[in-house]
Write a protein that binds this ligand. Structure first.
Ligand SMILES: NC(=O)n1nc(-c2ccco2)nc1N
Length: 318
């Protein structure tokens, strides 16, 4: 039995590494056959010793039985909604408000692509993924842990043992969206209108086996509740999330002053079409966390962030 326990520990570790390389780095170091062979080995030992199964075992990704309904989850740190900007004037107004609020001439911002998906919160305790929830109304969301476990780029275990909540956007890549709608047309089922609706519909499935087939993915972009918050900027947090093994979007940039923000926005209005996933704008955040504190919130949105929304694309005719 001790042998089996040791063998499972090493199999879980190597399978988590293979999974990370394939789904987070998109750079597998071994052929799929090697992954499958190790997975079979793990499942055989777990079948023999079911009491040795741990919550972070890769065999636990496609969860149990379909749920009757979703439990409610209260977010310890509310999940914010962002104010919107629609043009350069709005962005300059935002920057002026921030500079006046901080009494500075220039502000360091972080610009991120605004992924057009579903805002999600992932909670880890003692390093284990213990709960995943939708944003809901920002304070109360739905527990969709079993469905989120099926997203391969979400690590089931991380190195930080402190309780930590990470936030991000679950989305459906455009390729998966097209394939799904083709399959639905074959089955004479209603196609989804867009990848965002398809992702939302997939994560609201009561049966995780259905969610598991939808090729969903996720980009993490913020931290909610977190004890050891000794980092001082948002950009350091993004780097830390990446070091923990989370999938973060590679296109984020630090921008010194609103001029660099406008350049970043301009650049992505053009380059948007090259992405393999939908974005509906750019999110601009004040980088310094103390400055974020100082600026605070309006009734429902942060004063230290804004979402620049792209003009709605003319309907793409088939
Ligand atoms: N949708 C998206 O990609 N978002 N959303 C935020 C956000 C929402 C509230 C605070 O930050 N950030 C990014 N990159």
């Amino acid at each position: 039995e001790q042998e089996a326990k040791k063998k499972l520990e090493s199999l879980r570790e190597v399978l988590a590494q293979y999974n990370y390389e394939y789904h987070v780095l998109d750079k597998p170091s071994v052929p799929d056959a090697e992954y499958d062979q190790k997975m079979q080995e793990l499942k055989q030992i777990e079948e023999q010793y079911p009491h040795l199964i741990t919550p972070d075992s890769p065999s636990q990704r496609v969860g149990g039985e379909p749920l009757e309904g979703f439990q409610k989850v209260t977010h310890r740190v509310p999940m914010l909604s962002l104010g919107n900007a629609f043009n350069e004037e709005d962005l300059k107004d935002f920057d002026r408000r921030v500079r006046e609020g901080l009494d500075v001439n220039k502000v360091t911002y972080v610009c991120e692509l605004k992924i057009d998906g579903l805002a999600i919160s992932l909670r880890y305790e003692n390093g284990f993924f213990v709960q995943g929830a939708t944003r809901g109304d920002g304070t109360t969301g739905e527990d969709i842990t079993n469905n989120l476990k099926t997203i391969r780029s979400i690590p089931l275990k991380i190195k930080d043992d402190n309780p930590i909540e990470v936030r991000g956007e679950a989305y459906m890549p455009q390729k998966s969206f097209l394939a799904l709608n083709e399959a639905r047309e074959q089955m004479e089922e209603e196609p989804f209108a867009n990848p965002r609706n398809a992702a939302a519909g997939s994560l609201r499935q009561l049966d995780p086996k259905i969610a598991a087939k939808r090729n969903l993915d996720i980009f993490l972009y913020a931290v909610g509740e977190w004890e050891s918050g000794e980092l001082s900027t948002h950009s350091e947090r993004l780097t830390y999330l990446q070091q923990l093994g989370f999938k973060t979007n590679p296109e984020w940039r630090k921008c010194e002053g609103i001029e660099e923000v406008l350049e970043y926005v301009e650049n992505w209005v053009e380059k948007r079409a090259e992405l393999s996933y939908d974005i509906d704008g750019i999110v601009i955040k004040v980088d310094n966390l103390e400055a974020q504190e100082q600026l605070g919130f309006t009734a429902k949105s942060p004063r230290w962030a804004i979402a620049y929304k792209f003009p709605a694309e003319e309907a793409v005719t088939e």
